[in-house]
Every structure is written in C-alpha cells, then in structure tokens.
Design a protein. Structure first.
Length: 175
C-alpha cells in the first residue's frame, strides 16, 4: 500500500454494488456470517451484486479522501462458513468503503444518536451501523443499503401532514 495512512483490521469486507461494507467486531460476533449473508442477499437480488473482498483480516488505506479496503494476501478468496469450514470464493481485490458495521457494539441502541451512526477510520468519517449483540445485523445492513431514513432532527418532507420525521424514502445508498 502506498497511502500515508494504513491499518490492518480484524474484520471482513464485502463489495456491494460499487462500495464496500466493512464489518468489524470481536471474535465470534458473526463477521464471516454477515459477509456470507450479504453475498447471498446479492445473489437473491435483495441488494446489488455482492462479492467478498476479505474475511477475518483486511487492510485499509487512506487514498484521495476515501478508505480503500483490500484482503490480506494470504486470506484472499477464502471465507469461513461456520459449521462447514473454510471455502474458496470469488473476491474483489479492493474497493472504497462506503459503510461500516460494528457487531456487538456497546453503543447499539433502538434509536441511536446521530454521532453513533458515524465512524472515523484513518481520519475519514463514514456511515456506521452499531449492531446489538444477539440480533441479526443483516436487516439493518440491507435497510442502510437500500433506504435512507430522515431523522426526527431533520426537516420532514413537504408532503408530511404531521410535520414529524422518521420517514423512509428509497435511495441508492451505493451511488
């Protein structure tokens, strides 16, 4: 890697559309499971096509104001499927991170404050999902990739008769 700021992370990453989902969390939190689930969701058409970048360990680099993720060379193309073993699969050699998912996050809440929905990685701020331990993070990630919530702190859309937030409108979060 040639960038000024780099890091090696115990985590997984999946390219969804044209942006990567970086999955972090403690050992046993389900990083490989979520990566595999995202690949399957891409194949099922629930989200744009998804391909593994790396499982278990990935490398991050700051480049042009963005975070680029690459697989660890010795683990490239390998993913663990709990209960079945380690499998070879197609993988992307690198991608720009567009979303961070923190599994078993201590700050996960039903209605998280705006600051909990951002993560700073190598000096770059990115959208973040803090996922509670014991809950499936897949629905949260699919929602983040396919919809944008307008928080109650933002102005509601003009067609809202009650003038309150929590409206959900479709978007392409992977643009």
């Amino acid at each position: 890697m040639t960038g000024a700021a780099t890091a090696s992370v115990h985590g997984s990453a999946v390219l969804v559309g044209d942006r990567a989902v970086l999955i972090r969390g403690p050992s046993g939190a389900g990083k490989s499971r979520l990566a595999f689930d995202l690949i399957l969701a891409g194949r099922a058409g629930q989200i744009p096509a998804a391909v593994l970048i790396g499982d278990d360990r990935v490398h991050l680099e700051q480049s042009g104001g963005q975070v680029v993720v690459r697989p660890a060379r010795e683990l490239a193309g390998l993913i663990e499927v709990y209960g079945l073993g380690i499998f070879s699969c197609d993988y992307a050699p690198q991608a720009i991170v567009g979303l961070v998912v923190d599994l078993a996050a201590p700050d996960a809440e039903r209605l998280p404050p705006p600051e909990a929905l951002r993560a700073a990685i190598i000096g770059i701020e990115l959208p973040r999902i803090p996922a509670k331990a014991g809950m499936s993070p897949l629905p949260l990630v699919i929602a983040a990739l396919t919809m944008t919530a307008i928080s109650s702190s933002a102005l509601p859309p003009g067609d809202c008769p009650k003038g309150i937030g929590n409206h959900i409108s479709p978007t392409l979060a992977t643009e």
